[in-house]
Write a protein that binds this ligand. Structure first.
Ligand code: G6P
Length: 748
């Protein structure tokens, strides 16, 4: 841009300077010409004066033909410094007397010289310079007795003209330079302030920019913003730029009017708990959904609506049940909804976690479907719909509906806010149609979900299962090419959006170095400094395959006794849904297996370290960095973000991920050691391969895993959904315009 500016200035300045030179030359010409006219007049007057002064003497001398006297008189006259030469013609072209310097062409009788009896004056350019000649008749009593020729030197005028010309040029050159300098300065200053102002305006959310920008920007502001955004998008696409928080913000500001989004999730991102001492502490719940959504909300701002179930949650909200979070940064709003024990039992524990959760996970737990639970489920979905309507600041908000707790909500929102963009994401697997048929209210759930604008799953397999269920149980048109379902006149896109973690990862960046974490964690666990440490980090959930995992560790130690006394496995198991029998049972089973294994190896060596406790992200990341391997052994998992977090934590490129083939993550993290967790021989073999893996191979695998997670980070997950939503909104707008056109002008 600066170069363009310099070129424009040059283009402007060169003609200006040429013009100034022309003006300077013309001005000096005019001045010099006028000076010459005045000088000629002056010399003519002086000549007349000299002639009249000498007239009487000359008449006498001409009459007496006194040459010597005349010459003496002329010599006396030419003592005037300007008078170069003088002569007296005595009639008939005869020279009576002439001073020595008289030029030949002014001699009496010369063809170009004085004419007898005629008064004459002229300027002539001679070899020695310009002269002025005056020929004045000398009369006596009305009779011309001769002519006096006076030649004045005018060469001083040439010298003066040169000086004048030079001075004029210098003066104009100075004026020109000053003008150029002023122009450049003004142009630069104006450009800078103009571009700074433009940048400021472009950085503002659209609505703000429209009001806060200077008047001069108003007419083309929208065009400029559009252009900049398109260029940025094209550039990002061309350069393959990674999705980031900033890029999400750009999409929101550019395409979604800068509105914050509304997230609906049963689990809240921050829980306020009362401590035994009476204080309040903030906890981040163990939830893959929270791990993924929280960085998105930091980027997007907006409102997260969730069930407030912390013991101090009510004490920390404002009169509208809102609290700004994260606690020290306050970038978005958490709106809490209070549910009665009956609602929690029916909606959360019953229909969601005893019905849908086991329905969708192939983990051998029988789904329980009760009509009373469904009633509470529907009621809570309606209450969340009310909250969305309350929180929406426009008739067409962008609402992100999260997970299986809200299968009915999208349709309710479609009815209440027909122009809303509803992006629903199902964080768990979707079963095949045969299994889905177990749910007595399957069609109702499908209809509910098809109120969404977009319905996302982690994998194409889950999308296919969903479409298969729609095909089997609903009257709807499935457009497989567009990956869309049209039901009741409304279209829903059904697409895979693999979820992920924040990258660069905030927690990884805040955690101590790997050697520090290794040293601290081993010391805290009472393990030797060179202990080989494997870890598992999960909610205590029967889908996570924790019993199978511990059994694989046992098998590994039995098959490779050399690792007994050198290898430990730390299982962090966050208590979860513990009022549900299946969860209580798996907790007991895990305890039992851990105790049995520890006893089996006897003595002081207890290879399984079981921590049944909640841990916040900083503690979890410390463990990731301290470990030699991480084993994710889910029996069925939509994605599993522990696997991706472990990768994000290992910027030292060490550590081995052993990953169940039944996780969504196994499709992306192909450099992990992929295992079937049911196959204890294969799983224990993978653990043996992990502990023996050479550092170079660990680095190669970890580098590839990190590249994958970095690229397919959580901003990409949300960004792709928002970009698709933007396209839908644009299509809707065009479609309604077409409808308007087809209807013709309104009747008057
Ligand atoms: C899974 C679900 C989330 C849920 C999380 C924790 O990741 O997909 O929706 O928040 O488990 O479970 P909880 O019942 O404690 O919210």
């Amino acid at each position: 841009m600066q170069r363009i500016l310099a070129r424009d200035v040059t283009r402007f300045l060169l003609p200006l300077l040429a013009l100034l030179a022309l003006v300077a030359w013309s001005a000096s010409e005019v001045v010099n010409r006028q000076a010459r006219v005045w000088a000629e007049r002056d010399l003519a007057a002086r000549a007349q004066l000299a002639a009249s002064g000498a007239r009487e003497s000359l008449v006498a001398r001409i009459a007496a033909s006194d040459r010597a006297g005349t010459l003496a008189l002329l010599n006396e006259l030419v003592r005037d410094e300007r008078l170069l030469a003088a002569a007296v013609c005595g009639g008939g072209g005869r020279t009576l007397a002439a001073t020595a310097a008289l030029p030949a062409e002014f001699r009496c009788g010369h063809p170009a010289g004085p004419i007898a009896g005629a008064e004459w004056e002229a300027s002539r350019q001679l070899a020695g310079g310009t002269v002025h000649v005056s020929v004045i008749p000398i009369e006596d009593q009305g009779v011309t007795r001769g002519e006096l020729v006076l030649v004045h030197d005018m060469s001083y005028l040439d010298r003066r003209a040169a000086v004048t010309r030079r001075a004029t040029f210098v003066a104009f050159a100075l004026v020109g330079l000053l003008a150029a300098a002023a122009t450049v300065l003004v142009a630069r200053f104006s450009w800078r302030s103009w571009t700074a102002e433009l940048r400021r305006v472009l950085a503002l959310p659209f609505q703000l920019a429209a009001t806060a920008s200077p008047h001069s920007f108003q007419p083309f502001l929208a065009d400029v913003r559009d252009l900049v955004a398109r260029l940025a998008a094209a550039e990002a696409a061309a350069s393959g730029a990674r999705w980031s928080a900033d890029r999400i913000r750009t999409v929101l500001e550019r395409d979604l009017r800068g509105e914050g989004v509304i997230v609906v999730a049963n689990r809240e991102p921050y829980v306020h708990e009362r401590t035994p001492e009476g204080g309040i502490q903030v906890e981040v719940p163990a939830s893959g959904l929270v791990t993924a959504l929280e960085p998105i909300m930091r980027a997007c701002s907006g409102t997260w609506i969730a069930h407030g179930d912390g013991s101090a949650d009510r004490d920390t909200v404002d009169p509208h049940d809102r609290v700004r979070v994260p606690p020290d940064e306050e970038t978005y709003t958490l709106r809490r909804l209070w549910l009665s024990p009956e609602e929690v039992q029916g909606h959360y524990a019953g229909f969601s976690n005893e019905g849908l959760w086991p329905l969708c996970h192939l983990a051998h737990t029988r789904p329980e479907f009760r009509a009373d639970d469904l009633a509470q489920y529907a009621r809570v979905n309606r209450r969340f719909a009310d909250a969305v309507v309350e929180e929406a600041s426009s008739p067409d908000p962008v609402v992100l509906v999260q997970d299986y707790h809200f299968a009915l909500l999208p349709r309710l929102l479609r009815e209440r806010l027909p122009r809303a963009t509803v992006l629903t994401f199902w964080h768990i697997p979707w079963p095949n149609a045969e299994r889905f048929a177990i749910c007595p209210w399957g069609p109702r759930l499908l209809e509910g979900l098809l109120g969404s604008s977009i319905l996302g799953f982690h994998t194409q397999g889950h999308c296919n299962n969903f479409l298969e269920s729609v095909d089997r149980f609903l009257e709807a048109r499935i457009d497989r090419e567009r990956q869309a379902v049209v039901a009741g006149g409304h279209e829903t896109l059904v697409r895979p959006y693999p979820i992920s973690v924040e990258w660069p990862n905030r927690w990884a960046a805040r955690t101590a170095s790997v050697p520090e974490c290794r040293e601290e964690v081993r010391r805290e666990l009472g393990l030797p400094p060179d202990a080989i440490l494997g870890i598992g980090v999960d909610r205590l959930d029967y889908t996570k395959g924790i019993p199978e995992r511990l059994l694989a560790v046992e098998r590994f130690l039995l098959r490779h006794p050399g690792y007994q006394g050198r290898f430990w496995f730390l299982q962090l198991a966050a208590p979860s849904r513990s009022k549900i029998d299946a969860y209580r049972r798996v907790g007991e089973e895990v305890e039992r297996i851990a105790a049995r294994i520890n006893e089996r190896f006897g003595g002081a060596y207890r290879p399984i370290v079981l921590h049944r406790a909640h841990a916040d992200p900083p503690q979890v990341f410390r463990l990731y960095r301290a470990a030699d391997l991480c084993y994710v052994s889910s029996l069925h998992d939509g994605m599993n973000l522990v696997a991706k977090e472990f990768v994000a934590a290992r910027d030292d490129l060490r550590g081995v991920l052993v990953l169940s083939q039944f996780t969504g993550a196994a499709r992306e993290l192909t450099e992990a050691l992929i295992v079937n967790p049911y196959d204890l021989e294969a799983a224990s073999g993978a653990l043996a391969a992990a502990v023996a893996m050479a550092p170079a191979e660990q680095e190669d695998r970890m580098r590839a895993l990190r590249a994958m997670v970095a690229e397919w980070n959580v901003f990409r997950w949300a960004g792709r959904m928002l970009v698709d939503a933007t396209r839908l909104r644009r299509q809707d707008r065009l479609a309604s315009r077409l409808v308007g056109l087809a209807a013709g002008p309104p009747a008057t």
